[in-house]
Ligand binder design. Structure first.
Ligand code: FAQ
Length: 325
């Protein structure tokens, strides 16, 4: 496959109009199709941030694999964390169809110039945090990614279909942890409520800034990469989650939470955007720790990359010898 290379694009207005007409007609854009350079770059930006998020997202939960309370919980958590690694690899592959090399993207993550989701810079302080992540973080990811499964770029949309199926399992196991703790001893219930208190607002921030402060949204919506805006998806998540919290007798930590009969939406108090930007710019509670862990894992994996490259070279030599014979 020849990936779409930047130099093959000429930004001819007629071509752009043709491209936009295809999107308006609901067609899917595939790697070999012509696309505006700006569309390609937006996808690389968004997909690489997404892939990094899946990989860094393994760290907060990985912290609890050895401390899960039962074998069953340990098995589910281990499987979930492995799934997230798979999602990362899957999306890096999707990004490569746009003509970038994943090593370049990984270098950007390791040298701190790439973004990844703000949510993974918060600590997991108790076992209930594992429940809260599954329920809220995977829950938010599902709301966001179910829409991305309809994105105009084929490889990304198809990746989302499979990923969402796995995220559904993740969400259920997290919600079940929260339901069990909430119905447990008073100390367990407090632990569940404390986790909800700490993860609620950062989960809402996952959807990105308000639409009025989102510089990328207009273009992404016009090109059918995003199908709903940041605020629309955040609202959908809030409406779904308020009912789920009530069902397991937990309280959403927002004194201003109120149901609006007119719009049928749950309205919330103000989001602390200063906190959001602090975390995005590298100054959240765990940013340094997360990047240090990724760098360490990358260095520790050097011998695997060297061995894999040596094995591939050996195979190639064997193949060329047998072809010559
Ligand atoms: N964190 O103009 P917009 C998961 C940045 S996967 C950090 O609105 P856009 C699974 C944004 O990049 C979670 N940065 O941006 C899992 C932009 O900066 P730039 C990840 C953020 O792209 C579960 C600037 O702010 N999911 O959880 C964030 O139109 C459990 C302005 O923002 C995805 O990546 C943020 N939260 O909309 C794994 C989904 N929000 O690049 C393990 C795909 C915004 O211009 C365990 N991505 N920024 O310098 C998207 O849907 C979109 O990119 C948004 C942001 C909605 C995240």
């Amino acid at each position: 496959m020849t990936p779409n290379k930047p130099e093959t694009n000429t930004e001819d207005p007629a071509r752009i109009a043709g491209f936009e007409a295809r999107i308006a007609a609901g067609e899917t854009i595939e790697p070999k199709d012509w696309m505006p350079e700006r569309y390609r770059r937006q996808l690389v930006r968004m997909m690489s941030q997404h892939a990094h998020s899946e990989v860094v997202g393994m760290l907060p939960e990985g912290n609890w694999i050895t401390r899960a309370p039962t074998l069953r919980r340990k098995m589910s958590l281990l499987a979930k964390v492995q799934d997230e690694a798979g999602h990362g690899l899957y999306i890096y592959c999707g990004t490569e169809t746009l003509g970038v090399d994943r090593h370049e993207l990984i270098q950007q993550l390791l040298n701190g110039t790439a973004k990844y989701s703000s949510i993974f810079n918060y600590p997991t302080l108790s076992w209930a945090d594992i429940g809260a992540i599954g329920w809220l973080v995977d829950g938010a990811a599902i709301v966001n990614q179910t829409m991305l499964a309809k994105a105009s770029y084929g490889p990304y949309a198809r990746a989302m279909v499979r990923i969402c199926k796995e995220e559904n399992f993740h969400k259920r196991q997290g919600y079940e942890i929260m339901a069990t703790l909430s119905a447990g001893t008073p100390a367990q219930k407090r632990m569940a409520q404390d986790a909800l208190d700490r993860w609620w607002w950062p989960s809402l921030m996952m959807f990105g800034p308000h639409d009025t402060d989102s510089p990328n949204s207009d273009e992404l919506l016009r090109w059918g990469v995003k199908r709903k805006s940041n605020d629309e998806l955040r609202q959908r998540f809030i409406n779904l989650t308020v009912a789920q919290a009530k069902a397991i007798d937990l309280v959403i930590p927002d004194p201003q939470l109120a149901f609006d009969e007119k719009t049928q939406n749950w309205l919330i108090g103000p989001i602390d955007w200063d906190e959001f930007w602090r975390v995005v710019r590298g100054n959240g509670p765990c940013n340094q720790e997360r990047l240090a862990a990724r760098r360490q894992a990358h260095d520790d994996g050097e011998w695997v990359r060297v061995a894999a490259a040596a094995y591939a070279a050996k195979q190639a030599r064997a193949e060329s010898t047998s072809e010559a014979a």
